[in-house]
Design a protein. Structure first.
Length: 159
């Protein structure tokens, strides 16, 4: 069974986000092994310089990359990434399942992803040019992964 990992910076802070993620995790259990790993959000000093911001992104990036393995297919969420339709994401997951036992989706911190994480990514994916709070991005990602599995199974969730 394909394994899906979601690696995110920071914790969910509200119960309703936790409930939404729990629901999609439960639903996805019928299609794959899925897990969410949270890495610590680094503290950014007040009046942070560009060097401070870069240091935060690099520290978060190292924490993220420490949770990936060499054979993983890494898909990083990046506002400058490629926009995929639900059908295209379903096809990407379907094709990747033949060559990689694990697909890792990465959601960075509030400053985004380090260059090292972007370079490691097999695909940089975007939900569009809008800005989403990280908690909402996690829920949207979980829903889109679920939708992709439903599309691939030929089930009627997607219209």
């Amino acid at each position: 069974m394909l394994e899906i990992k979601i690696i995110c910076v920071g914790k969910l802070k509200e119960r309703y986000w936790e409930a939404a993620i729990a629901e999609y995790m439960k639903r996805l259990g019928a299609y794959c092994r899925i897990s969410v790993t949270e890495v610590r959000e680094e503290k950014l000093p007040a009046n942070a310089s560009p060097a401070d911001e870069r240091a935060v992104m690099e520290a978060e990036g190292r924490a993220i990359l420490s949770k990936t393995a060499k054979g993983d297919c890494v898909i990083a969420l990046d506002v400058r990434g490629r926009e995929l339709s639900s059908e295209e994401l379903a096809e990407k997951i379907r094709q990747t399942a033949f060559t990689h036992p694990v697909i890792v989706f990465i959601i960075g911190g509030s400053l985004g992803l380090s260059d090292e994480v972007k370079q490691r990514a097999d695909l940089r994916m975007s939900f569009g040019r809008i800005t989403l709070p990280h908690q909402l991005a996690r829920v949207v990602l979980a829903e889109q992964i679920y939708r992709a599995f439903k599309i691939n199974a030929g089930e009627t969730y997607h219209k």
